[in-house]
Ligand binder design. Sequence first.
Ligand SMILES: Cc1cc2nc3c(=O)[nH]c(=O)nc-3n(C[C@H](O)[C@H](O)[C@H](O)COP(=O)(O)OP(=O)(O)OC[C@H]3O[C@@H](n4cnc5c(N)ncnc54)[C@H](O)[C@@H]3O)c2cc1C
Length: 326
Amino acid sequence: MKPIMFVRPADTRAAIAAATTCGACFHGGGTTLVDLMRLEVMTPSTLVDLGRLPLTEIERHGNGLRIGAMARNADVASHALVVERYPLLAEAIAAGASQQIRNMATVGGNLLQRTRCPYFRDPGVACNKRAPGAGCSALDGFTRSHAILGTSASCIATHPSDMCVALVALDAIVHTRNADRARAIPIGELHTLPGDHPEVENVLEPGELITHVELPAAKFGRQVSYVKVRDRAAFAFALASAAVGLDVADGRIRGARIALGGVATKPWRAVEAEQVLVGQPPDRPAFERAAAAALVDPRPRRDNAFKVGLAQRTIVRALELASGVS
Ligand SMILES: Cc1cc2nc3c(=O)[nH]c(=O)nc-3n(C[C@H](O)[C@H](O)[C@H](O)COP(=O)(O)OP(=O)(O)OC[C@H]3O[C@@H](n4cnc5c(N)ncnc54)[C@H](O)[C@@H]3O)c2cc1C
């Protein structure tokens, strides 16, 4: 292994400047990054540790909330404002990883965590995401955990985050900064589809720092739910997950949000399913019709065809829990 430079800047400007060095990489909690460095999947020349930056706030912002990029996942999930006003986010974060990892993991790092595709994590096999143009071993491999939505002929790796699924349902805005400008990126536009370039996973430029996440005013009160289906209760990524929110008045659904995890190459918003729900009573038949509409043009492979039905049942269950119908 080559020697790695480690820097610990005291302010955002210095962190951004340090990250412009070729091969530099931000270090949040390190729970994805250090794993991948050990596997020699990521080989940064410089680690820019963000641990001294004043980016840990979790505070009111107008009618919404502002969460610093260095806020730890555990602190976000247990914060009174999050539990009270954004229980969907608290539920989704708590469904991920383990308490120990959530104590280390940061919001910025969770947003940019890399896929758990075993072919990506194994430098001994071909992977277009790790080595562009090398080919994709997953396509003819064991595909049980892989994506059925948003895939391409170059990549079928699933996006692994639970937190991001809730952030999609909550219309979060991701704020970033580089040397020249600050940007506000709607969460739905942060992650990119693999297409012919699976090595590109998001719209950030090299050295662009996530500074904080903004949540608009909470729309759904407590009529929300995050359901995650996985092989075991901890240390397991979603086979399918659904984050839903319902706005119900006078026995009819006025608005809905449905986002999916575990089934797509990026955190996935099921707009068609949301539209099916509007104007309907919040009951099981309506939830089943919405679930049937949720997966547009799925592309299952040999081992993951079960995810189509699993995702639909996960959506129905999440809608039942959110609405109190069961
Ligand atoms: C055993 C295990 C089980 C897990 N299970 C789950 C699970 O069930 N659900 C789930 O959602 N996650 C799970 N995770 C993943 C975990 O949530 C992520 O590893 C964690 O959120 C990453 O955060 P971090 O701060 O440690 O990121 P890091 O490892 O520090 O960084 C990850 C990436 O983000 C970049 N980055 C970090 N901060 C910033 C920033 N502010 N601006 C720009 N770029 C930045 C880094 O350069 C790096 O590329 C699991 C992890 C492990 C090890």
